[in-house]
Design a protein around this ligand. Structure first.
Ligand SMILES: Nc1ncnc2c1ncn2[C@@H]1O[C@H](COP(=O)(O)OP(=O)(O)O)[C@@H](O)[C@H]1O
Ligand SMILES: [Mg+2]
Length: 366
């Protein structure tokens, strides 16, 4: 009885533990991901937020095992949970550590594009220009499922209809360059979802689109999630869209996940000084003008010369002398709310004096 109870409450789909992915280059080693910890739950959306260059895309590439050489996962675990077909019990059938798989082997190839699928910022970089939308979707379906070409084509047309592609039985034979940016992104989502993945990784899927089209794509992803039940790992540099899109969020800075919490806790009770600074820098609309409340002091350092200790300390308003020496551990500061900062946990070196500044942040007055 105990065991089945445990199984029904199991929600973890992917657990990322202590992930480090480095690029050893002639100029030095780029520690692109240098301590990433987070959990994606079944059917939920986790947003990964952070400025450009902080390791969001390399984290996603690590999960799919498509890190370009000479990049390599050097530490950590990526525990992907498979569930039994029985949707009433949600029993875990299998846990696979993706870091242990051969990146060219059949195990990861059976997962990639099938159980875990991805959409990118710019569809043209991942869609083939010389094949029709339909043939690319058909190929994905036939790679992973035992269906005839005719059935795969039917399913491709059906997927294109579900993502709101106009006249799907015609657009199925279109080449990507014949479609608008928004339509290409819909096509890429159709391809990604054609095998009903349990996890969809979306890496800044709306960055290249105009505001209206971007909003439509976000709505579409939410609708499809409701319909198909997949989890979404949503990568964005825009903290503004996180509240409407995600259930929980992690904040990355220079390769490290510095905070993880449910979205409300992150907005109303941010713990890490970097998260607080990011929230204060969200533009807010005041009497019809956009006002940047505050820029974060200093610049993101170059990746070959990372600061010692906590990488954020040179820009941190609450940093003390110990912050250039201590690389803070990942701790659960409040239930379900994790942070990597010396202000928290049993080993906290000082009191947190920055909590009140976060009250005035852009979302504090909703
Ligand atoms: N193929 C690569 N070769 C060398 N360095 C890379 C490569 N891809 C990413 N990096 C470096 O790794 C760091 C993290 O990059 P990335 O994950 O793309 O950031 P983000 O997606 O958050 O903007 C950056 O310093 C970037 O320059
Ligand atoms: Mg990126």
């Amino acid at each position: 009885m105990g065991a089945s109870n445990l199984q029904t409450t199991n929600r973890v789909l992917l657990e990322v533990k202590g992930l480090k992915t480095y690029f050893p280059l002639e100029e030095g080693t780029v520690r692109a991901v240098d301590g990433a910890d987070f959990v994606i739950e079944r059917g939920k959306t986790l947003a990964v937020v952070g400025e450009s260059g902080c390791g969001k895309s390399v984290t996603a590439q690590s999960i799919l095992r498509i890190v370009p050489p000479p990049g390599r996962i050097i530490e950590g675990e990526l525990l992907f949970h498979r569930y039994t077909e029985d949707k009433d019990t949600f029993a875990v059938a299998d846990v696979i550590d993706l870091t242990k798989l051969d990146p060219k082997g059949k195990d990861i190839r059976s997962i990639r594009g099938n159980e875990i699928a991805m959409v990118f910022q710019e569809p043209m970089t991942s869609l083939s220009p010389v094949h029709t939308m339909g043939n690319q979707i058909i190929e994905t379906i036939m790679l992973h499922q035992q269906v005839s070409k005719a059935e795969a084509r039917e399913r491709a047309i059906d997927m294109l209809a579900r993502v709101g592609m106009p006249r799907p039985s015609v657009t199925v034979d279109s080449y990507p360059f014949e479609l608008s940016g928004g339509m290409r992104q819909r096509g890429m989502i159709a391809m990604a979802l054609s095998c009903q993945p349990s996890l969809l990784i979306a890496d800044e899927p709306t960055t290249a689109l105009d505001v209206t089209t971007a909003a439509q794509i976000l709505d579409l992803m939410r609708e499809l999630q409701e319909e198909m039940g997949m989890a979404i790992h949503y990568i964005t540099h825009d903290l503004g869209v996180v509240a409407e899109m995600a259930d929980s969020a992690v904040v990355m800075y220079l390769g490290k996940v510095v905070e993880e919490a449910d979205v409300d806790s992150l907005y109303y009770n941010p713990l890490h000084p970097y998260t607080r600074a990011l929230l204060r820098s969200i533009p807010r609309i005041t009497e019809d003008r956009r006002q940047w409340l505050e820029a974060i002091k200093g610049m993101v350092p170059d990746p070959y010369h990372l600061p010692t200790g906590c990488p954020f300390h040179p820009r941190c308003l609450q940093a003390g002398p110990e912050c250039s020496e201590i690389d803070p551990p990942w701790i659960e500061a409040e239930p379900g709310h994790w942070v990597r900062c010396v202000l928290y946990g049993e080993g906290a070196t000082r009191a947190d004096t920055g909590r009140s500044d976060s009250v005035n942040h852009a979302y504090g007055e909703r």
